[in-house]
Design a protein. Structure first.
Length: 133
């Protein structure tokens, strides 16, 4: 019988930022599929110095947690902007629109999602749309 666990090294997962044309300003590695997760997922993300994600996003049903590992930056949550530093943890309810921007030393964080996933709504005009800022 196969073991009901899986160990992966997140830095060895495919950098999806390359696939989506966001490299070299973004590194994004997603572990839901790689770990065969059923109820949640995670990602590692690293933003280059002074880089702002080109979009925001929100979910229909997935709550998320972000843990800042290094650097600094800001997160905008439904129009409110908050500074971030290492070891800050941000919990975001599913429908809250969110976007990240790095400080002068970049921003490195882990994101954890609770739920089945696959319900992300990408917000291409996040930074310009006053109803989301």
């Amino acid at each position: 019988m196969a073991a009901d666990y899986k160990i992966v090294n997140i830095k060895e997962l495919e950098d999806m930022a390359v696939k989506f044309g966001l490299s070299p300003n973004v590194e994004a590695r997603f572990g839901r599929s790689a770990t065969d997760a059923k109820q949640g997922g995670f990602s590692y993300q690293k933003l280059a110095a002074d880089f702002r994600q080109p979009f925001g996003h929100r979910h229909e049903g997935q709550e998320e947690f972000y843990v800042v590992l290094g650097g600094s930056g800001r997160v905008t949550l439904d129009g409110e902007t908050h500074d971030l530093k290492p070891w800050d943890v941000v919990r975001v309810a599913p429908t809250v629109a969110r976007g990240f921007e790095a400080g002068p030393k970049g921003l490195e964080f882990l994101a954890f999602g609770a739920g089945e996933g696959g319900d992300a709504e990408m917000l291409e005009s996040f930074w310009e749309d006053s109803s989301l800022r």
